[in-house]
Design a protein around this ligand. Structure first.
Ligand SMILES: [Mg+2]
Length: 115
């Protein structure tokens, strides 16, 4: 499955739906933004527990749980991107372009979005 196919299917499970126009201050957008942070928190919480309770030893159950949580993060990214009128493929391509540019310029380390 490619990114855009995933995005199309993810949108099909969005209960609030996309709103036309450029104003992001509506329930659907806000709940997706909050949900993205919540799911990212679930990823880090699982990792914390593996570090804290299992001395960093990753089990298959941990791997499965983290895979599911990463999928939850991806769902929110896919839906937010759709709300913005951007395809998942474009998000992925732009991200790789940015990282390749930083790598070529020796700027992978450091701070700031526009380095
Ligand atoms: Mg989750």
């Amino acid at each position: 499955m490619d990114f855009n196919e995933y995005q199309k299917k993810a949108i099909g499970t969005d209960l609030e739906g996309k709103k036309d126009g450029n104003n992001i201050f509506y329930l659907g957008f806000m709940t997706k933004a909050l949900g993205l942070v919540g799911e990212a928190g679930e990823v880090t919480e699982d990792i914390k527990k593996i570090l804290r309770d299992k001395n960093g030893e990753l089990t298959e159950d941990d791997r499965t749980a983290l895979t599911m949580e990463l999928g939850d993060v991806m769902w929110y990214i896919a839906v937010i991107a759709d709300y913005l009128g951007v395809s998942m493929e474009e998000v992925a391509e732009k991200n790789l372009e940015k990282l390749q540019s930083r790598k070529q310029r020796g700027k992978l380390h450091g701070a700031g979005n526009n380095r």
